[in-house]
Design a binder for this molecule. Structure first.
Ligand SMILES: *Cc1c(COP(=O)(O)O)cnc(C)c1O
Length: 424
């Protein structure tokens, strides 16, 4: 599509957008008396207007039933978590029995590594992306130490080449090949949180398996944002949080995927709790852990129902909108943002913004390396009612989210940036 940098054109795109009404289902924060332009749905998604009712229902049932709510609540808490796999199958591209909603993201990362990172003398290396999200870096570092190993010998990071911002798939494959039979685990983000690069998960998984390693992904920035086919790509495991693109509230309950080929393998090491125990006999409370033969077998604790109620409110909206439609609009929004920034650069005698997100492998986040006045632009954005995200030393991350952002939002953003950059 050929874009135009005009309010009229942006409004035409909004007019044609079949998802435009979904914006009304969310609370948009107010800045200086006006609805802000919210471009930080990649950090914390907005609150659906239905969330309060979903949570309130559970509070009411708790008040009415006390402990009996486990079986007599309108949506019994005993099996509350069982609603989620079906709602997430299309979002992550997995079979229901491969999905479980539990804990929080970094906790799940550790739990899954307890199963899928079992270093031996010969095979102990972990291959990952350079500049992974800090929590993931700390998880990998401490997993290595936990096994009595030196993180510097275990963790192999693949970085962009000099002068480039994205990591080349060929370099990832070459690194996996290079470390070959020493590689225990390949673990990447689905989307890098900083650059917004989408990794080629299918190709990476294949290369990991050819080296005899397991392959897992942290989908914090991918779930609800890009196309995922975890099952068909033969990924071993994955985890994600629900509070970014999935709009389920701060610190909300997270998710995990364990490939069907592993779920009934009771020989896989794991850290267990009673909620992962076979349902039929769980309450006999016998000695000897017998895991459920699905991803639920990795559960430790009973369901955090209040947080899950918020998750349900949001996933019901995803069902209604359709993940394919959201992904398509997300691509169009970010393409429009690319165009607006390129237009802004072209209109000036020197380049002012370098986009570090690869155009052909992105979700709905665009990361802008500010070549001038970075912090000024960022501060002025906030004053003008735009919420974006600042990353040291000089990157502004902008996420036009298909669920509630508009093309007009993107156009206005461009106008504000232009004003600030041209201000003497
Ligand atoms: C947001 C994010 C996290 C945050 O972890 P929590 O356990 O949810 O606090 C971890 N990893 C990545 C890649 C993220 O983007």
């Amino acid at each position: 599509m050929t874009f135009e940098n005009s309010l009229d054109f942006a409004r035409q795109l909004d007019e044609k957008d079949s998802l435009k009404h979904f914006r009304d289902k969310f609370y948009i924060p107010i800045i200086n008396g006006n609805e802000c332009i919210y471009f930080t749905g990649n950090s914390l998604g907005l609150q659906p207007k239905t969330t309060q009712d979903y949570v309130l229902n559970e509070l009411e049932d708790w008040a009415s039933f006390g402990v009996e709510g486990h079986f007599h609540a309108r949506q019994p808490w005993f099996s509350y978590h069982e609603m989620f796999p079906q709602l997430l199958t299309k979002i992550v591209g997995a079979l229901p029995e491969e999905i479980v909603v539990m804990n929080q993201l970094t906790v799940n990362l550790h739990l899954l590594m307890a199963s899928f990172y079992q270093p031996t003398k010969e095979r102990f290396k972990i291959i990952c992306e350079a500049k992974a999200f800090p929590s993931d870096q700390y998880a990998l570092e401490t997993q290595a130490k936990f096994h009595g190993l030196n993180p510097d010998e275990v963790i192999i990071e693949v970085a962009p080449r000099d002068g480039e911002h994205a990591i080349r798939t060929e370099d990832i494959i070459a690194t996996i090949k290079q470390h070959g039979s020493q590689t225990a685990l390949v673990i990447f983000g689905g989307v890098n949180y900083y650059s917004g690069q989408v990794f080629d998960m299918k190709t990476i998984t294949k290369a990991a398996h050819q080296a005899g390693a397991y392959c897992g992904f942290d989908l914090a920035h991918a779930a609800g944002n890009i196309e995922l086919h975890l099952h068909n790509w033969d990924v071993d495991f994955a985890c994600w949080c629900s509070y970014k693109y999935l709009n389920s509230g701060p610190g909300g309950v997270a998710g995990a995927f364990i490939n069907k080929k592993h779920t009934d393998n009771t020989a896989l090491p794991r850290l267990a709790g009673w909620w992962g125990y076979e349902k039929a006999t769980r309450f006999q409370m016998e000695k000897g852990f017998k895991p459920i033969a699905t991803a639920e077998g990795w559960q430790l604790s009973n369901a955090p129902v209040l947080s899950m109620a918020a998750h349900k409110a949001s996933l019901d909206i995803f069902e209604e909108a359709g993940i394919e439609n959201l992904i398509a609009k997300g691509q169009q929004l970010s393409d429009y943002l690319f165009f607006i920034i390129e237009d802004l650069n072209a209109a000036s005698s020197e380049k002012k913004i370098e986009i570090i997100t690869p155009k052909e492998s992105k979700g709905c986040q665009v990361s802008m390396l500010m070549l001038q006045k970075g912090k000024d632009v960022f501060d002025a954005l906030k004053q003008n009612g735009v919420l974006a995200d600042w990353r040291e030393p000089n990157v502004i991350r902008v996420a036009p989210v298909p669920m509630y952002n508009s093309f007009e939002d993107v156009w206005k953003f461009g106008e504000i940036v232009k004003l600030i950059l041209n201000h003497k």
